[in-house]
Design a protein around this ligand. Structure first.
Ligand code: NAD
Length: 363
């Protein structure tokens, strides 16, 4: 924990009423929220005492749980471990403010007690995962989102949907601003994920309008960092693990397609800044530092000092050609922008993967 996080933690610990466990606490009414202003950043001021994170045992979810606990919130993490694992949050288990519950959000979502914020992050997210679980992906984006919205409506909590740059599909506008409606193939292999997220966004807007729910949509662009699975099929874990094992880095096509990679610390800050504001989004959160996939592979080879080769393999169907967020809205509304330099972020991620015992088992 950073000194800053530790200070924030101890400050909040003093304010937290005494109780044995977050789920059986007899807390009074939450502090009134400050008046919302959609034009300014209000992240740290908005006090979310109890937060539900669906998909909290996944890559992004686990970092969100960690940061929320460090800020003094109680966190209820709901996950069915389809693509995540309790190991991602094992270090949080001793904290009495943290509760992990096994729960498939497509079946039902029930959380006793007050809830101030629901972060809906449950969904397979890597292309390999949603190709392996196409129906689960569509179910969690439809039924799962419906149930998570139902929870927020019952508790009158703020609701934040983890949407994705994939709603822009293979974009015809570059970089992608939030106003762009996208170019998605609904019947292609990626359609299960892209359309599930587009449906989720529509569902959120319906709850906002018909139920007057306090909602926000965050469109997250490619994020990387510790706790990605070595074999989840995303470019950074695949390249890093291949480089560390001395195996060829498999670059799709000629590698000229671009990606913009954002370190998880920056993404989490952006998500929580949006949650803490009154803005409804959609809000792009990502790093506009665009690079070709081939350059990314070369940079990882340099940073790992690996002698591994680059192998060019067939490009997947509907693989986006370009990807770069226009983050003007996040800069203007939230005062947020990414801070982690790609060299530092990749170095730290490489160190983390190098320390994983399963690195040498991963296919
Ligand atoms: N990582 C990124 O670069 C990125 C980019 C854009 C959007 N997102 C979104 O952020 C969210 C998290 O992505 P991630 O990269 O951490 O993926 P992840 O696979 O690591 O995490 C997703 C979590 O959701 C859980 N889950 C899936 N179905 C569930 C269900 N029915 N009930 C309960 N839990 C369920 C999984 O077990 C997993 O722990 C996803 O919604 C994803 O679409 C991620």
């Amino acid at each position: 924990m950073t000194p800053e996080a530790a200070r924030a933690r101890s400050h909040h610990e003093v304010r937290r009423p005494p109780h044995s466990h977050p789920l059986d606490s007899g807390r009074g009414a939450p502090d009134p929220l400050p008046a919302g202003d959609a034009s300014v950043a209000t992240g740290p001021e908005r006090d979310f005492r109890r937060v539900v994170v669906t998909g909290g045992a996944g890559f992004l979810g686990s970092h969100l749980c960690e940061r929320l606990l460090a800020r003094g919130s109680e966190v209820v993490c709901l996950d069915n471990f389809l693509t995540g694992t309790p190991a991602n949050v094992a270090h949080l288990m001793p904290d009495p403010a943290f509760r992990l519950t096994r729960c498939d959000v497509t079946e039902f979502v029930h959380v006793p007690g007050e809830v101030d914020l629901v972060l809906h992050f449950a969904s397979p997210a890597s292309p390999l995962d949603y190709l392996e679980y196409p129906i689960d992906t569509l179910k969690v984006g439809s039924l799962g989102t419906l149930h998570a919205l139902g929870l927020a409506a019952e508790k009158r909590a703020r609701f934040v949907l983890a949407s994705t740059s994939e709603v822009y599909g293979d974009p015809l506008v570059h970089p992608q601003p939030e106003e762009y409606w996208g170019n998605v193939n609904p019947i292609g292999p990626r359609g299960v994920y892209d359309e599930a997220k587009r449906f989720s966004e529509a569902l959120v807007m319906a709850y906002r309008q018909a139920r007057e729910l306090d909602t926000a949509i965050v469109r997250i662009f490619n994020t990387y960092g510790p706790r990605m699975r070595p074999n989840d099929g995303r470019a950074i874990p695949a390249f890093v693990c291949a480089a560390l094992r001395g195996e060829p880095l498999r670059v799709h096509g000629d590698g000229s397609q671009t990606r913009s990679i954002c370190h998880v610390d920056d993404t989490v800050s952006g998500v929580l800044a949006l949650a803490g504001s009154s803005h409804m989004g959609p809000m792009n959160i990502g790093n506009p530092n665009e690079m070709s996939v081939l350059d990314l592979a070369r940079r990882i080879l340099e940073l790992t000092e690996s002698q591994a080769e680059i192998a060019f393999v067939e490009r997947p169907v509907d693989d986006p050609t370009t990807r770069r967020p226009d983050i003007t809205r996040a800069r203007t509304v939230l005062g947020w922008e990414p801070r982690v330099d790609w060299r530092d972020g990749l170095r730290a991620t490489i160190e983390w993967f190098a320390a994983q015992p399963e690195l040498h088992d991963a296919a």
